[in-house]
Design a protein around this ligand. Structure first.
Ligand SMILES: Cc1ncc(COP(=O)(O)O)c(C=O)c1O
Length: 390
């Protein structure tokens, strides 16, 4: 009954654990969740006020598919000011979250059999949308020696005449590492002379620690600018997951037009109220709220890392950004699904198995939760690991 297209989607490995966590919570069990991919903060008041004003003023009609001129100008201004990237407003499309931006881009660009290079560990959605779009994910495994970043040699070795795209995610979900300007330039050099497009997912750009600097892939050279589709949104940095706001920008007008056409025949414009609510965030008026959340995340990262030092058998690298720890469990278990399931069942601690991100031997723990939960959760993880029997 179902289309062949839809059947290529893999059922989420993590779904069973999420369902179990919900079931346990519903039956009154004390479950601490470290699996959420979203900030636990409320959306800043200035955003809410902009939305309330838009509702009161009746800003409730269809808009242009890509977004209102005012919104596109705001995205354009943000990319110029913060990312040193100059796009025409006609190069920009706003979408129903960055996931939708990615979906539209892969749908617009990929033909059957086109290869897309995706470094692992990866955000779970990339290979699935690539497959759904007819593409072939080419997974390149990375490890701790390169902070889970693909090296220029690995990229070069993965290129074939069928390579259409290369996905970069910095800071990374699930590892939190960022590519420096030099690293991006070196990767860009490998692509020179090819027609490979780069998809640069910059969702976590504002959640960065230790004074590190974020660099947009498209900003490192003229060549990279011309081949890169920049993807971003407000879900993580401004705590607006439920509002659904993402965008893409790309100097290749053909791609942008195809995305607008696809969106015009599917979702049309994004929610009109969200378009108004996004303006203060894009214009810099929510910067102090964003910084307050970033500082909280940095404090929690340091707390979680210091507590993990006491958990013998597990190890974790210090992430540069985002709000995840990608914990190495290899000395304790070779089966991350089993490990995470038992951790949940026995200790009421919900995490995500590394295999879901393409890297067995790890678990992802989100520190987008209170310090109290972090302290209690890692205490339980320590007890669990100390008595763990494979
Ligand atoms: C790396 C990465 N990109 C994109 C997204 C999509 O975010 P949204 O669709 O909420 O904008 C997420 C969300 O988890 C993510 O982790």
């Amino acid at each position: 009954m179902l289309s062949k297209r839809i059947q290529v989607l893999s059922p989420s490995l993590t779904l069973a654990i999420t369902a179990l966590a919900l079931e346990m919570k519903a039956s009154g069990k004390d479950v601490l969740s470290f699996s959420a991919g979203e900030p636990d903060f409320d959306t800043p008041q200035i955003i809410k006020d902009a939305a309330i004003k838009a509702i009161s003023e009746g800003f409730s009609k269809y808009t242009a598919v890509a977004g209102t001129p005012e919104l596109l100008k705001a995205v354009q201004g943000k990319l110029k000011r913060e990312n040193n990237l100059e796009y025409k407003t006609s190069n920009i499309v706003t979408n129903v979250g960055a996931k939708h931006s990615l979906f539209n881009v892969f749908q617009a660009v990929l033909d059957d059999g086109d290869e897309v290079i995706i470094p692992a560990p990866y955000w779970v959605t990339y290979p699935e949308i690539v497959k759904y779009s007819g593409g072939v994910p080419v997974i390149v495994e990375t490890d701790e020696t390169s902070q889970f970043k693909i090296t220029p040699k690995q990229l070069k070795d993965a290129l074939t005449p069928k390579t259409k795209m290369f996905v970069l995610n910095s800071p990374s979900n699930p590892t939190g590492f960022i590519y420096s300007k030099d690293e991006l330039m070196a990767l860009g050099k490998v692509l020179e002379g090819t027609s490979v497009l780069v998809v640069s997912d910059e969702m976590y750009e504002k959640i960065i620690f230790d004074g590190k600097v974020f660099t947009s892939a498209a900003s490192v050279s003229e060549d990279m600018y011309k081949r890169t589709i920049t993807i971003n949104g407000l879900s993580k940095s401004v705590s607006m997951t439920g509002w659904r706001f993402g965008y893409m920008a790309c100097p290749i007008q053909e791609i942008v037009t195809a995305v607008v056409d696809l969106q015009g025949q599917s979702t049309s414009n994004i929610n009109s109220i969200t378009q108004k609510a996004a303006l203060p965030a894009l214009n810099g008026d929510a910067d102090s709220d964003i910084e307050a959340m970033r500082m909280q995340f940095e404090k929690r990262r340091d707390l979680a890392l210091s507590l993990f030092c006491d958990v013998k058998g597990l190890s974790v690298l210090k992430p540069d950004g985002a709000f995840y720890l990608f914990v190495n469990i290899k000395n304790v278990s070779k089966d991350s699904v089993k490990f995470c399931k038992e951790l949940l069942e026995q200790k009421g601690v919900a995490t995500v198995p590394g295999i879901g991100f393409g890297s067995e031997g790890y678990m992802r723990l989100s520190f987008a939760t209170s310090e109290k939960n972090i302290i209690e959760g890692i205490k339980r993880i320590k007890e669990f690991v100390e008595s763990y029997k494979n």
